[in-house]
Design a protein around this ligand. Structure first.
Ligand code: SAH
Length: 222
């Protein structure tokens, strides 16, 4: 049984044009209240709005989560790189639609809370690390899908370099208070940019200077 507010949210997502049944099902199966620590805010979990979380960040608006997920055209064999784990809500949605999700968060506290939630919900196909997502995944490898959930003035080169041939990247591009969700597709050596919905995300912050040690893979020395 879906709770009533979640049911209303799903209806509103469909009215606003979200039509991929797999995305809607992933939203239906993912309890957003689990990704919000503040007990007063939990009652707004299924309102279609972004809400404040720890470290002065936000949990994204459900419509935006659904919209970006749809644009990624995930298939069950895809590996996805996500930049900006935040609460982990978007990560959880991706994990239900992809083979594996790799996610990077710059705040250790958000990373800690998010990984606890993945464990509680039994989401085992997620690898989460603390680090600077503008530098891409710290191993040399390609991803079929990349999702950035923080606003950037331009697409970090390291992320373009990790986008597989025929891969898709979704990223909010623009100024601090006015970005457009942008779909970048790689066809061989060519990148094609498609400008979509206006949004306002918290900024993608570049952290460590190039060349310095900044993060660790699970199991590697700190
Ligand atoms: N999808 C998340 C939204 C998180 S907000 C959710 O629904 O909860 C964006 C997140 O990006 C924030 O948690 C912020 O700390 C993180 N972030 C910003 N710049 C970053 C960077 N360079 N590397 C990794 N994470 C970053």
């Amino acid at each position: 049984m879906l709770n009533e507010t979640l049911r209303e949210l799903l209806i509103s997502l469909q009215r606003n044009g979200i039509c991929d049944p797999r995305v809607l099902e992933a939203m239906a199966r993912t309890p957003r209240e689990e990704f919000i620590s503040d007990s007063d805010l939990k009652e707004h979990a299924y309102a279609d709005e972004a809400l404040p979380i720890e470290c002065e960040q936000t949990i994204s608006q459900p419509f935006v989560v659904a919209y970006m997920t749809e644009r990624l055209h995930l298939t069950p064999d895809c590996e996805v790189l996500e930049i900006g784990t935040g609460s982990g809500y978007q990560t959880a949605i991706l994990s239900r639609l992809a083979r594996h999700v790799y996610t990077i968060e710059m705040h250790a506290e958000l990373h800690r809370l998010a990984t606890g939630r993945f464990e509680k919900l039994g989401l085992a196909n997620i690898t989460a690390i603390v680090g600077d997502g503008t530098r891409g995944w710290p191993e040399q490898r390609l991803f079929e899908r990349i999702l950035v959930t923080a606003g950037a003035e331009e697409t970090p080169k390291a992320l373009l370099d990790q986008l597989a041939p025929r891969g898709f990247m979704v990223i909010p591009l623009g100024s601090r208070y006015d970005q457009r969700i942008t779909l970048i597709t790689r066809d061989g050596g060519n990148l094609e940019y498609q400008t979509l919905l206006p949004v306002r995300f918290v900024p993608l912050v570049p952290l460590a200077p190039e060349g310095s040690a900044y993060c660790c893979l699970p199991g590697s020395p700190k």
